[in-house]
Structure formats: C-alpha cells, structure tokens
Design a protein around this ligand. Structure first.
Ligand code: NG6
Ligand code: CA
Length: 508
C-alpha cells in the first residue's frame, strides 16, 4: 500500500498569456513522454546531424523548445528510467542496474511514482513500449502464462502494453496489463537466465540458424532468427517480430491516445528504437545509407511523426505537452554485427561530447531533449542545465498535484525551465555511469568525476567510461565541450567545491 496519495488537483487554467503562442485550454494538458532508447545528442538533424534527417523530431523542435544541456540520470536504461519515474536518483537504491528480462519489479508498489501522481491528479495513465524496470515480485518467479503481478497497475499505470526489458533480452513478447499478448495456452512460455532449455537451439551452438549474428554476447535463445540474452521456450504465437516492434508500439500508443482523447491522459511511450538488435521494418531497411542504426533512427522519427499527426487529427495537439528525450547516450556496436561502425561515415551520434552510452563522460547522459506544447515559445533553444530527475516535480507543479511526503525526494520543479521561461536551470546535477561512478555538473560547466576503480574502457563497445582512480575536473563550455583536459591540479578549489556537493548529496 502507498503511504498516502496526492490530493485532487485544482485544474490549471492555462491561458494564451503565458508565452503567447497557443490557444487557451481549459483542462490540464495531456502529457506524453517519448523516451527513446540509446539515441545520442548528435543523432537528430535539429541537433546538427547532417548525414541523417529526422524531420518529425525537428518539427517538434521548431514548434517547441530544444534543450542542449539536458541529462538523463544515468548512462544506461534501467537506472535512467528509475530516476525519471520515481524522482529518486537511482544510485540511492540498490538493484537499479541494467535489469534482466526476468527481474522482479525494481520500483516497488509502495513507492510513489510519476504515474501514481498523475493518476491521482485525475489523469488516465498508460505505459507503452520498452519497460526494463522488472515485473512481478521476485526475479525468476513470474507466471508468464498467467498474470504477471505485481505489475504496472500497482505503480500507477491504468494501462500498459510493454516489452519486459529490451529487444535483446527474453522474453520476446508484449505484455498487456500483466498478460502476455497473443499467448496460446497450449504452448506455454518458459524463461530462464540460468540455463538453456534442452533441445532448444542457441546462438552459440546454432549460428547457422541466425539472420543476424552477435558481435559480443547475445548468443543464447534464438527468436526470429536473432539470438538474445537469456533463454526462453514456447509462446510461439506471442513472439514479436523485430521488424514490427516499432509499428506495434506506435499503434498501441495511438490507440491509447484515441481512447482517452476526451480526458487528460499521461502516456509514457518507451520506444524500442534504436536499441539493439536493430531490425527496422522493411520500409526503412537501407533507407538511411547508414545501416541498421540509421534506419532505426528513421523508424523512431516516423513514430514521432505518427504520434504528432494523430494528436493533430484528434484536435488535441494544442492541449498536449510532449517531452521527447532518450534514456542514455549513443552506442555504435552494442553486440550485433549490424555494420554500424562500417557505415557510420561522418555521422557523430555523440555530437561534440566525449564518451557514449555507459560513460561518465558527457555523451553518456547528455541526451537530446525537446519540450513541445502550444503554450511554449516556438523554436526556442535553451542551454539551461536540466536533469530528467526534475520532470516528476515539474509535472506535479504543472498539474497542481501535491506530492506525499518523502516522494520524489531528488526531484525539484523545473517547470519554468521546461516551458522556456527560465534559462538558468539547475545549479548542479548528478550523473551516473555504468558502474555507478558519479559526477557533478554545474551550471557553469564545471564537471567533477569521482575516483573509481571501474574499467577505463567498456570491453565490448570500446566506449571510454570516464573511470579513473584519480578524481577528474573538466570545464565544459563555449567552444570546448570535449572533456580532454583534466583541470584538477590547476583548479583545486573548484574540484573541492564540487566534491563537497557530491559528498553532501551522497549523505542525504
Ligand atoms: C548490455 C548488453 C547491451 C545492452 C545493454 C543494456 C551485452 C554484451 N551487452 O549488457 O547489448 O543490452 O546491456 O542497454 O550483453 S540499455 O540501453 O537497455 O541499458
Ligand atoms: Ca538505453
């Protein structure tokens, strides 16, 4: 049971006066968070990419605010999503690292989530797409053939249609309100992260069955000609086809929007694009000229376009606040031989930042972010320091929800920043890498990375993780956004100032 619930809101009457470009709306706006997977700052044309074009994302930027200094809470998925949905930094809680597909629920039913808050504020709440925050009570105990419980309804989502974890992890099925969609009861599903099922082929032993080969890991159960992490058997009728995942997710999202068009809704839309395995629909295959990674970006862009067009068709675009961002920075080869490096050409998924997915360096968490709503100034670019940790409290302020004591402990409202009325943003934010090395980045661009025993380079992807036994200090500003000059020795006061901030945060 939750300790307490938010009070019913006083609906916010938004008027055109706020920033002058929209119509007056008389109910709380619908809220859609489009949370991309592994899309880097430099992957969208509105952020400077020239080798790829993302017109639908660019249109949201033209109609809204594009942020250049926005950060996920972590450089991998599970902790980032945990931080976003709970308003608590993931490094405060054990067990928030990259989750297996049979992990138990990481956000526990007694925790107060963003979905709880918006539900209590009168919203219909839905989650569609990638989940990756565990399901059921305990790891490995889920009843995949019955109802997986506890589930998303226990943490505030009225509706859910989700992938348990990632495209590369079993079980490779969609789960609707706790039940595997399309399951034939005479062909039950079994899932194991410990041992293979006798008689079932694996990527390791049966590479001849693969249409896409792993480059590292990913050599266990074979589904749709692609080997995954983890073992599964059965459930044939329910297995996803990777080529159709984006369409399935998009259509479920559109369905949720249609169904709830007449009342305020909150949709958490986690795309599978552009996580591995990247197997976009044939209408994108070969279209980017950059291989599967680029094609998946085009697929993501189409999802954004379809959502926007649908809102427009229903006449509710003006009254819908869209937040588009990514769970972590980019990776090129993340475990499948999909030619991503060979075909990357001049494209820089990480923009001008160092590192990438998994890293403590900026590209790990400095993600693309756009906020679009009829009430915001069109085409604004904001350099304000912003963290996804603050979206929770910002939406509480927007909707007038009161948070129960102790909920979203690290979240501070950044509503004015999100709506473009404040250009300063946070004084500082905390970032986290794969092995939980923490960094502090302040609004002046000073960045301190704590000492860490973690590896300097991620062994599979070759990403620089930003780990060092020595503390590191960088200045990220102006025309020098690349963390390559350690300033610790020359600026001991700055290093000490940021170290103290971090130590104080860690004591909370
Ligand atoms: C890693 C996987 C990688 C990806 C990542 C999670 C291997 C070798 N690598 O362990 O492919 O699945 O986990 O990505 O298995 S995330 O974006 O969901 O955090
Ligand atoms: Ca991710």
């Amino acid at each position: 049971m939750k300790k307490s619930k938010a009070k019913i809101i006083v609906p916010l009457l938004v008027t055109a006066g706020i920033s002058g470009c929209g119509k007056a709306v008389e109910q709380n706006p619908n809220i859609i968070i489009i949370y991309a997977d592994d899309i880097g700052f430099g992957d969208f044309s509105c952020n400077g990419a020239t080798a790829i074009s993302t017109p639908n994302v660019d249109r949201l930027a033209e109609e809204g605010i594009r942020f250049t200094n926005a950060h996920s809470t972590s450089s991998v998925s599970t902790p980032s999503r945990y931080g976003l949905l709970t308003g608590q930094y993931p490094w405060r809680k054990e067990g928030t690292g990259i989750a297996a597909g049979n992990a138990g629920m990481i956000i526990r039913p007694e925790q107060y989530t963003m979905a709880d808050m918006l539900h209590d504020a009168g919203y219909v709440t839905g989650a569609v797409g990638k989940w990756h925050l565990g399901l059921g009570d305990k790891t490995g105990t889920q009843d995949w053939n019955g109802t997986v419980t506890p589930g998303l309804k226990d943490i505030g989502f009225d509706y859910s249609y989700i992938m348990a974890a990632t495209g590369d992890r079993v079980p490779c099925v969609f789960i609707e309100n706790g039940k595997v969609d399309g399951l034939d009861p005479s062909d039950p599903i079994e899932v194991s992260y410990e041992k293979p099922f006798e008689g079932e082929p694996t990527g390791k032993d049966n590479p001849e069955l693969l249409k896409m080969h792993p480059s590292h890991g990913h050599d266990q159960a074979i589904v749709n000609g692609i080997s995954r992490i983890g073992y599964m058997k059965g459930g044939k009728a329910a297995l996803w086809k990777d080529e159709d995942i984006a369409d399935t997710i998009t259509e479920k999202a559109l369905g949720f929007i249609s169904e709830n068009k007449d009342r305020p809704f909150f949709l958490y839309l986690g795309t599978n694009d552009i996580h591995v395995p990247r197997v976009p629909h044939e209408r994108f295959a070969g279209k980017s000229g950059m291989g599967a990674r680029g094609d998946a970006l085009l697929s993501f862009d189409e999802t954004v376009g379809r959502v926007t067009a649908h809102l427009e068709d229903l006449g509710i675009l003006d009254n819908t606040l869209i937040i588009l961002s990514s769970d972590n920075g980019p990776v090129v080869d993340d475990g499948y031989a999909d030619m991503a490096w060979e075909l990357l050409g001049s494209h820089k998924p990480w923009g001008e930042f160092r590192g990438g997915k998994y890293s403590a360096f900026e590209a790990g968490t400095r993600v693309p972010m756009i906020v679009c709503w009829s009430q915001t100034e069109k085409g604004k670019v904001s350099d304000a320091l912003l963290s996804h940790i603050d979206i929770f409290a910002s939406l509480a302020e927007l909707t007038g929800a009161e948070l129960p004591e102790g909920s979203a402990p690290d979240s501070r409202s950044a509503l004015k920043t999100l709506l473009g009325e404040d250009e300063c943003g946070r004084d500082y934010i905390i970032e986290q890498n794969l092995n939980s090395t923490l960094s502090v980045l302040d609004s002046q661009g000073w960045k301190y990375i704590m000492p860490s025993r973690g590896a300097a380079v991620e062994k599979y992807t070759k990403t620089e993780l930003g780990n060092s036994m020595q503390e590191q200090l960088y200045r990220i500003s102006g025309d020098d956004m690349y963390e390559d000059t350690d300033l610790t020795a020359g600026h001991p006061d700055e290093a000490a100032r940021l170290r103290t901030i971090l130590e104080n945060e860690m004591k909370k």
